[in-house]
Design a protein around this ligand. Sequence first.
Ligand code: PXP
Length: 252
Amino acid sequence: MELGVNIDHIATLRNARGGDFPSPVHAAFAVLNAGASNVTCHLREDRRHIRDNDVKIISELTKRLNLEMSAEEDIVRIALDIMPKSITIVPERRKELTTEGGLDVAGDVKRYRDITGKFKFKSLGSVASAFIEPDLRQVEAAKEAGFDFIEIHTGKYADKTGTEDGAKELKKIKEAAAYALEIGLKVNAGHGLDYKNIYDVALTGDFREFNIGYSIVSKAVFCGLEAAVKEMLGIIKAVELVKFKNRLEKNS
Ligand code: PXP
């Protein structure tokens, strides 16, 4: 299990004073140096935090950009020009504070198949992921639309951690992840994950990567970005050890 760190909030801070500091490019290198596998940036249609130049430079210099993006034509065009390591298609609403729900792939499989096809067409293509709710119909549609990965939206679980509803959400995540693996998709998870609620999610399925932003950048205010990333990685590795031990016990 790996960690992708979303650094949009570094750009929010930079934009607050209209200058160059703190630099998202610097942040990208800091999180990678700390052991993250990828850097995630969401190039929003309103460019409220990350900007075109940020994603171009980060993709080019690190080769580890996961570009979160809507399926709008002009954003797709920019992404095709950059060809980041991976793209994650998310729904986008102008007024939302953060991505609010999963993508409705099932509602328009053809539209998404056209988009994933464009990214695979070029020889140095990007891996394509769909950010979806833990819903089997959406998992199936993501496969049909040609996505390589899904990223399961963990936001509802995160909002309800420790409650009965939280347990129900976790069950949905578990079932969606298992079904995705069964039909040949790779599975990431993200949204609202923090240093506590990550445990149960990480234990529940075979995830390739967690995409985490807000909790890591918030902790970084007090201890620095590299330390905040390392702490999260330590938790992920600890869960991996528990899973390994459980597997050994099951097989003995
Ligand atoms: N994954 C996706 C698809 C997202 O839209 C976001 C938020 O930008 C995240 C992960 C990270 O969420 P958080 O900032 O709550 O960790």
